[in-house]
Write a protein that binds this ligand. Sequence first.
Ligand code: ADP
Ligand code: MG
Length: 694
Amino acid sequence: MSPPAADTLESLAITRLKGVGPRAAERLARLGLITLEDVLFHLPFRYEDRTRITPIGALRPEQGVVIEGEVMAADVVFGKRRSLLCKVADGTGLVALRFYHFSAAQKNSLEKGRAIRVYGEPRPGAAGLEFYHPEYQTGPDLPPLERALTPVYPTTEGVSQKLLRNLAGQALHWLQGHPPEELIPPALLDQSGLPGLAAALTKLHHPQPDGPVDLLLDGQHPAVKRLVMEEMVAHQLGMLTKRAGQKALAAPPLRGDTLPRRLLENLPFTLTGAQQRVIGEIRADLARRHPALRLIQGDVGSGKTLVAACAALIAIEAGHQVALMAPTELLAEQHLANFRHWLASLGIDVHWLAGGMGAKARRDTLAALADGHGAMVVGTHALFQEAVRFQRLGLIVIDEQHRFGVQQRLALREKGRFGNQVPHQLTLTATPIPRTLAMSVYGDLDTSAIDEMPPGRKPIQTLALPVSRRDQVVERIRAACRDGTQAYWVCTLIEESDELQAEAAEATFETLKQALPELTIELVHGRLKGREKAERMARFASGAAQLLVATTVIEVGVDVPNASLMVMENAERLGLAQLHQLRGRVGRGSAQSYCLLLYQTPLSQTARRRLAVMRETTDGFVIAEEDLKLRGPGEWLGTRQTGELAFRIADLVRDEALMSPARAVGESLLKSYPDRVERLLRRWLRGGEDFADV
Ligand code: ADP
Ligand code: MG
């Protein structure tokens, strides 16, 4: 392949386009848009259909629509926050527009009787369905409706959709005289029925009004498929090259039978078949000269900790150090207690490292790790700190991996590096990665599933109740606690701030104390100091308190087998993964457990579906697949895996069938056309993505 000539898509700077001055260029660069090629491959991630009007009577929550009607009233209202509330009717129904920021002129322009066209997504609000800060135009004369779909691009502050649409238009114009290079040889890509690159790009940026709108909207159009395919190939290539880098690393082979066997002999129960199988898989991994990177997936309560303990003992017996890291102090403390309990009889000290510890204790731990006599350490993020040094770190165990970013995980691994030798790594998660994602995002990552529960566990029964039945729920707690069981009451709040969450939990705590004077109730939230929180948790764990009111701080790791009733407030606001995690706090003993999901009406379609899934199943793998379907991979990855990739146009659920072919094309390219690999990666990944490295 010849080097790029002067005027190629790849070499033409975006500043050659009209309307791009130095300031705009700087902002566009933040989106990774430097060249014309970047502009062309910056694809709309969705389209708005502004070609037709939806009757108000047919509105559904959270669907982007155009409505047209007449202003009935526009008033400033004083609720929690002052807002401008405008009512619009079209003969089929009435809907509200709400503005928290507005001007007097804006209020005046919304005079009664005026024709109005609104574009936006209605949501359930105080006045029924409401549009928050929608785009709108007022009459008397409204312009004709759009005739083509409106592309919506990923963007950043200071870069308008209008600018992006305009740039795409100019780039397409240039494209007509300069067809782009096809980097995937047509022989490799089954092109039957798929358009060439130029045609596909044109279709996606400029969908024509006569085209099949629905096909484009739901991604079934050949133009979409053509580009999805190329993007998937690029991602597979990214992963394949990264994995090749991994394989070049070495690790100390670790073997040990005696310590794990002695641990198991001391237990009052035997391992489940699934635990035995997974320990076998880990044992084989650790014995190799390459670093293990294995994800252990198992539902809450499936016994992952014990499996991790066996792995740790193999490493310790082989003369290496082990670090176990958890995302919260609460969870890390539970691990510490378990490991101390299990390892004490084997004569192994378990060291502790977390943020809130005293200077002396911290020094002792650091010294033990640095000189190598400390074989096992449990801790939090504190383990990444500069001052932490290991003598022979051979195994890293990470619990609940989604809470840690790639960089943090790598930082810990670096602490065990000698030349090209790094420690083995196991990751425990109760939020299984849906199969679809496992393949596309994690490549050929090794996974193990603990897909069997310890015997005697009864599946949790789940009910969803409107909040109007709160009193009955309180009675249910009274009765359950009278019978000697314990209960959780989880307060959730949409606000992210710890402080507001704490306030809400405080208020609920007071109300429940009034309603249930005969019970001892504890309260935990994220604003408490570590020690205070630990003491309150301990009182609940010991049974001294029967009811624990908590924020979502208890999401992971809390283990009180006698608790068999869980109430979650505002359950409709939580995602499936979080609901499942929280629910996992019960069902850990032999009693039948119950989970009551209290919700506010009206429910959006998605919320209704989520609650239904929770009622129907307790299987974490099924829930993960449903979660992916409901939220889409972008969000799934975006919120759970900070910094890791999101696809630009491919949709992992919708395009699952293309995954294997993309993989095959990627492998052939790597073998037969290695010179094109880098260009494809640049075109699609722009070097910004970080592949998941569990
Ligand atoms: P996870 O971390 O997977 O949610 P844990 O490791 O905390 O689950 O185990 C949950 C509980 O089950 C713990 O009290 C643990 O001691 C117990 N346990 C683990 N394995 C078994 C087993 N094979 N049989 C009975 N109980 C078990
Ligand atoms: Mg656990």
